[in-house]
Design a protein around this ligand. Structure first.
Ligand code: M6R
Length: 613
């Protein structure tokens, strides 16, 4: 949540920061601001709304500075407003700070500061931390900002990535992180700081991922990393493997549409070099080096949130079927706060697009403490979850910018399928024929996705027809039950239409009461073990005059007779079907959202990366 950017060097800082904020807007977009420092003068500008509103408000302002920090906010403490926007200024006006995260014990600190006479201009926890730092400087013989920050951070609880600049320190940004990401780009005589690499990529490919409990003192020509004990830490420089084109819209109206249409190539990239259709084998170093831990797992627990959790549900079905290992799928947010039983010999699979989801990260720390082996299925390279994992496999979907996750989900399914196949082969729980067939089916998926995308226009027409519905029901069985959940999530997050996903058989236990001649019911009814059963469920909805939309296998002659509208996908093995069946649902949600005039890349109240609990 919240995007942060900082620059120190010889360029004009504002254009670098503004462009960076636009790239990070997916992380939060209810207000934004910048602080620029020149000749001992700190100028702070902020504005409620999107970064474009800030840009407009900045016209005619003094932007001449070669050091600055900028922030795009997803509100936690305090409503979205100009005064709650970051950067915040300290009471004496000498410091400016931006923050991504939550200071949990801010209320107590605030009370103490108020008793000392501090006044606050915002409702944020950030302003509290900033004045706390100012107060520490005052009470410690005007110690350096770095020292004051170190003292403050030892006394606060919660999560943070913060950037600080100081009036009397003309070229230095001080940064610190715990639980919220920070990347530092290393240029020639300049440094870039950001929540992810997207604001940095066009200037340099050399970056340092700052770790938790580290402080960075960043000047144009110098980067010093220290731990909270004031000991120097050697920065580990990584080369970015990402191109600028990957984070631009490339002619599409929205990132979400671009990302949906990228799926043939992202799935191909995910399989490439891993799935060998000639040799009929899967080679993944993360699996090959840890075969014993994986195949001897007593139990697999999958921890994730949102769409990634849905991928976990699909994996539960597949792994139990192919590997005969018991699997439990848990919301990371629930796992972290209960007293779960995790034993040595348990394998945890962590699924995350961003690799920074706070609940997932903390749940993993807890599982790791209990001796579990962690296998990460992560999209963002170098992210916190990737780094905390004992082993893993990247989804290789490239940067996902639209708030609604699409290509990351199909990448997760592809990785999880390969993982299940590899474990099953090692364990001997799959026949050679079944293994070979599934492997070849998986290899053929990118082409089948192309076929679906060619018919996107049909879904646009459907979207126009159903866009005014106030509720939707999504139903699926077996491997397609999690897809029903995902279809409902996609629709509600970008169209604001209430939608529920259910296992089709559960419908009779309650949701059927909702059915009337206004309710669209989306069935995922491809040819599989459950086909006859789901046809019966369709009959039940039809008998109650519900409006049926079905996702079917091409050639199905039964479902069309029961459906008001249907969309055909190519035939595929039922274990792999979710990679295909989800795509029409992504498109349906996209077209409904855009038909309603919603900014689908930045739907209200959401942020791409949920780095607060
Ligand atoms: O980055 P993660 O995969 O850990 O994120 C998990 C969820 O926040 C995410 O999937 C969210 O539900 C998306 N907005 C769904 O489209």
């Amino acid at each position: 949540m919240c995007g942060i950017v900082g620059y120190t060097g010889s360029r004009q800082a504002y254009p670098v920061i503004l462009k960076g904020l636009k790239r990070l807007e997916y992380r939060g977009y209810d207000s934004s601001g910048v602080a620029l420092l020149k000749d001992g003068k700190l100028n702070v500008y902020k504005k409620k709304g999107k970064v474009a509103d800030l840009e407009e408000a900045m016209i005619g302002k003094d932007i001449d500075a070669s050091i600055g920090i900028g922030h795009t906010r997803w509100a936690t403490h305090g409503e979205p407003s100009d005064r709650n926007a970051h950067p915040h200024s300290s009471s004496n006006g000498k410091l400016a700070m931006i923050h991504n995260g939550i200071i949990e014990n801010y209320a107590q600190i605030k009370q103490d500061l108020v008793k000392k006479g501090y006044q606050f201009t915002s409702d944020t926890d950030t302003e509290v931390l900033l004045n706390f730092i100012e107060d520490i400087q005052k009470n410690n013989d005007h110690c350096s900002l770095e020292e004051a920050l170190r003292i403050a951070l030892k006394r606060v609880s919660g999560a943070y990535c913060i950037l600080l600049i100081e009036q009397d320190n003309p070229d230095t940004i001080i940064a610190a992180r715990k639980g919220s990401p920070l990347v530092i780009g290393i240029g020639k005589g300049e440094h870039f700081l950001a929540s992810d690499a997207s604001p940095i990529i066009e200037y340099t490919k050399e970056v340092v991922y700052v770790n938790d409990y580290e402080l960075a003192i960043v000047k144009p020509d110098e980067l010093i990393l220290k731990n909270l004990g004031n000991e120097k830490v050697t920065p580990y420089i990584t080369k970015l493997d990402m191109e600028l084109a990957a984070i631009e819209k490339g002619g599409y109206d929205h990132f979400m549409l671009k990302e949906i249409f990228e799926q043939p190539s992202t799935i191909y990239d995910c399989l490439r070099g891993r799935l060998d259709a000639k040799e009929l084998s899967i080679k993944m170093s993360g699996i090959d080096q840890h075969v014993n831990e994986l195949m001897n797992a007593n139990r697999i627990m999958i921890l994730a949130c949102g769409t990634s959790w849905h991928a976990g549900l699909v994996a539960e079905y597949i792994i139990e079927e192919l590997c005969r290992i018991p699997v439990e799928v848990e919301y990371a947010s629930e796992f972290r706060y209960r007293n779960p039983i995790v034993n040595k010999g348990d394998v945890i699979i962590a699924i995350s697009q961003s690799g920074e989801t706070a609940d997932t990260l903390v749940a993993l720390e807890k599982a790791k403490e209990n001796g579990a082996f962690i296998f990460g299925v992560v999209n963002a390279v170098g992210s916190s979850i990737a780094r905390i994992s004992n082993a893993g496999a990247y989804t290789h979907a490239g940067p996902e910018i639209g708030v609604a996750s699409t290509k990351a989900f199909t990448g997760q399914l592809a990785v999880l399928m390969m993982l299940a196949l590899a474990i099953a082969k090692h364990k001997g729980t799959i026949t050679a024929d079944r293994y070979n067939n599934l492997l070849l089916e998986l290899e053929g998926i990118p082409e089948k996705v192309e076929v679906i995308l060619k018919n996107a226009g049909e879904l646009k027409k459907m979207a126009d027809k159903y866009k005014n519905a106030s509720d939707f029901l999504f139903l699926g069985r077996g491997y397609n039950f999690p897809v029903a959940l995902e279809g409902a999530l996609k629709l509600k997050e970008i169209s604001y239409i209430h939608a529920e996903g259910y296992p089709a058989a559960e419908m009779k236990h309650g949701p059927i009461a909702l059915v009337d001649d206004q309710l669209p019911v989306v069935f995922i009814a491809t040819q599989d073990t459950y086909h006859e059963k789901i046809v019966s469920n369709m009959q039940e909805i039809k008998a109650r005059k519900g409006r049926i939309i079905s996702i079917i296998t091409e050639g199905d002659t039964v479902c069309p007779t029961l459906s008001d509208d249907y969309f055909s996908i190519p035939a595929v093995d039922e274990l792999i079907a979710p990679i295909l069946t989800v795509i029409p649902l992504q498109l349906l949600a996209y077209y409904v959202g855009t038909a309603k005039g919603i900014d689908v890349d930045k739907p209200r109240n959401l942020a791409k990366s949920v780095t607060v609990e």
